[in-house]
Design a protein around this ligand. Structure first.
Ligand SMILES: C[S@@+](CC[C@H](N)C(=O)[O-])C[C@H]1O[C@@H](n2cnc3c(N)ncnc32)[C@H](O)[C@@H]1O
Ligand code: SF4
Ligand code: SF4
Ligand code: SF4
Length: 409
């Protein structure tokens, strides 16, 4: 099964068909403020002409028979169903024998029967943002008028289930829910969600002259935003969820970071950019054709060009994008280079790398101590699962084992 943000090679381009427009105002959202980049324009939605150009070129730019479209936002359902129906027709018209797949990320509050029917008929994978049980979700995921959104999200999930639409959950881990790892994880099991992606919230407030308030990664400075998870919280959260998962849920529930960690342990691509050695093969296109290096680097200084003037191939293979892609590995600080878990962590996402390491080198991940604790904690289990896989046995056998930290099976 795909996840919403696999971004293993080859080349991907997320599309923002309604820019940063959204019916919610989640307090921690990194994307809402991107509308300020286009403050002088009125309509922040992609035109029919540009959509057609994108679909045609995106398909042609692929080097594999499969083509994955990722619809993202802002809120993707701020565009009408007719927009996506047209997109499907265009995909079919330009497919040229390739297999087309679609995934869409949504806050799920605007779902109805018609949307779900459409997703089912066209085989969409739907990523639903939900931050755990009601009290955690509603802490930050509110409407423009400050109303909670949990009930609407659950209504949306019920509709997806009713129509048999494939969906998975994206949950951010912030300063609040981070202290309740088991409540969060068990909630997803209770609602029968078998694919879960936990993403840490790490944002900094900084002064910029383009209207944006959140700082880009790899650049020092700014103040940690209060909704961010601390490195200690992140480490504890991951260890607690892992302990439950490794005893009861291996092979049944899939937590993206655990799968990626095992992949790196075994030596196969982790399937998620944050844990890969290099990244930069997943760009993002804004509603007006502007293309950026990554969804978390939508800043003027990381703009690669515009689809009206350059091709997708040119932008994604440009020197600027190659430099971005290599940055993750090239700018690793000494502490990472000497770390025994470098093979598993790879410094994680450059977005979160803005602190100094113990040698004074820049580019250390803010969450380093949390990740280090997590990798040390899971190492014996990962060793065991690797051994099972090496011997053509199921890694799920790990559920019968008991290890203490640092022990080797
Ligand atoms: C920006 S939203 C866009 C799609 C849609 N509106 C939604 O909420 O699913 C994509 C994902 O990013 C997550 N997200 C928002 N702000 C974040 C941040 N500061 N750091 C990490 N993830 C964040 C959201 O919770 C959501 O799962
Ligand atoms: S629903 Fe998505 S785009 Fe909208 S504010 Fe929340 S995280 Fe941001
Ligand atoms: S910067 Fe982070 S999110 Fe963007 S592609 Fe690289 S690892 Fe992935
Ligand atoms: S755990 Fe810390 S030191 Fe080790 S690779 Fe990750 S960020 Fe670098």
């Amino acid at each position: 099964m795909n996840t919403i943000a696999p971004f293993g090679r080859p080349m991907y381009m997320m599309l923002k068909p309604a820019g940063s427009l959204c019916n919610l105002r989640c307090k921690y959202c990194y994307y809402l403020e991107k509308g300020k980049l286009y403050a002088d324009r009125r309509n922040h939605v992609i035109t029919d002409e540009l959509l057609e150009k994108f679909i045609k070129e995106y398909i042609e730019a692929q080097t594999t028979p499969q083509v994955l479209f990722t619809w993202h936002g802002g809120e993707t359902l701020m565009r009408p169903l007719a927009f996506y129906q047209r997109a499907i027709k265009l995909q079919q018209a330009y497919a040229g024998g390739r297999q087309i797949a679609n995934c869409i990320q949504t806050n799920a509050t605007l779902l109805n029967d018609a949307w779900c029917r459409f997703f089912k008929e066209n085989n969409f994978l739907v990523g639903v943002s939900i931050d755990g049980p009601q009290e955690f979700h509603d802490e930050y995921r509110k409407t423009a008028t400050g109303k909670p959104s949990f009930r609407q999200v659950m209504r949306g999930i019920d509709l997806l289930n009713k129509h048999g639409v494939e969906w998975n959950a994206l949950a951010v881990v912030n300063d609040f829910n981070a202290d309740y790892p088991l409540d969060c994880y068990r909630f997803f099991k209770e609602i029968d969600c078998h694919y879960i992606q936990f993403t840490p919230i790490v944002e900094r407030i900084i002064a910029r002259n383009d209207g944006l308030k959140l700082a880009p990664g790899m650049q020092e400075g700014g103040t940690i935003a209060p909704f961010s998870v601390t490195p200690e919280q992140w480490g504890s959260f991951l260890c607690a969820v892992f302990d439950e998962w490794v005893r009861h849920d291996v092979g049944d529930y899939f937590v993206q970071l655990f799968d990626a960690t095992l992949a790196n342990w075994v030596g196969v691509p982790p399937g998620v950019c944050t844990m890969a050695k290099e990244c930069g093969h997943a760009g993002v296109m804004e509603y007006n054709g502007d293309v950026f290096s990554c969804d978390h680097f939508v800043y003027p200084e990381h703009r690669l060009g515009n689809l009206n003037r350059q091709t997708i191939f040119e932008m994604m293979n440009s020197e600027k994008q190659q430099t971005f892609a290599q940055m993750k590995r090239r700018l690793l600080p000494r502490q990472c280079k000497e770390c025994r878990f470098l093979f598993a962590c790879n410094g994680e996402c450059p977005k979160n790398r803005f602190t100094r390491d113990r040698f004074g080198d820049p580019g250390l991940n803010y969450l380093c101590t949390g990740y280090h604790r997590f990798f040390a904690h899971v190492a014996p289990y990962m060793d065991f699962m690797k051994n099972e896989l090496d011997n053509q046995r199921s890694p799920a056998n790990v559920m019968n084992q008991v290890f203490t930290e640092g022990s080797t099976p």
